[in-house]
Design a protein around this ligand. Sequence first.
Ligand SMILES: Nc1ncnc2c1ncn2[C@@H]1O[C@H](COP(=O)(O)OP(=O)(O)OP(=O)(O)O)[C@@H](O)[C@H]1O
Ligand SMILES: [Mg+2]
Length: 220
Amino acid sequence: MGRHYIELHDTTPVCRGDTRNIYEVAELPGSLVKTIRPERVDMSGHFVGKSGMKRLRLEGCYQGFAREMAEYLILSRRLYAQPGFSLPIAHIYGLVQTDQGTGLVMEKIVGADGELAPTIGRLHAEGRLSDRHRAALDAMFERCRDLHIVLNDIHANNIVYTEERSGRPECVCVDGFGERVLIPIHRWFASVNRRKINRIARDATASLTRAPAQERWGRQ
Ligand SMILES: Nc1ncnc2c1ncn2[C@@H]1O[C@H](COP(=O)(O)OP(=O)(O)OP(=O)(O)O)[C@@H](O)[C@H]1O
Ligand SMILES: [Mg+2]
């Protein structure tokens, strides 16, 4: 008998990002399984169209998973004395094999209806963004500064809003955390990381007063 793996080919993703399909799997309640969209990956496991130096990255299409897991493990080490710690990023539960490659199992953040919590981008696009959401976003950035969490690829659809997770209004980063640069200066220096988060928060404030657009925050 072969090794058990999760079959997703007949399942419709509950959500799709630019690079990932997001699945709910009955045997993993309270979790989501993120896979890399198969049409974006070639048979060597690299993103289609990536060439040269980019192919030297040994994790290939899984580099984002590696980055997020490394950040989670660094936080796990720092918070070792606080079992059951809670973070302003979605918790990572592990990896599973699926028929669409390896999947990242992650805490599912839900809204009051039990469905996936809305992103800040969706609330903005629907004209529902209020001071309550903005305050929760500021509080999320402040917790990231305090906990020295590295954020790299942050835009309005990588952050969701919920009141169900802790019973309080809360923003949670579900994608785009972990160090991206080769020399991990944000991981090494909390002051450098704070400045980066300040830039992200500044761009978030400006972006959320304009018409909705897919803008990456903190890139300048
Ligand atoms: N842990 C989570 N809890 C609730 N919703 C989530 C979670 N993770 C992802 N989502 C939803 O799925 C969408 C896509 O997920 P994700 O951002 O991980 O995919 P992606 O392809 O990497 O995105 P990008 O377009 O930023 O590259 C998110 O915008 C969000 O709506
Ligand atoms: Mg995303």
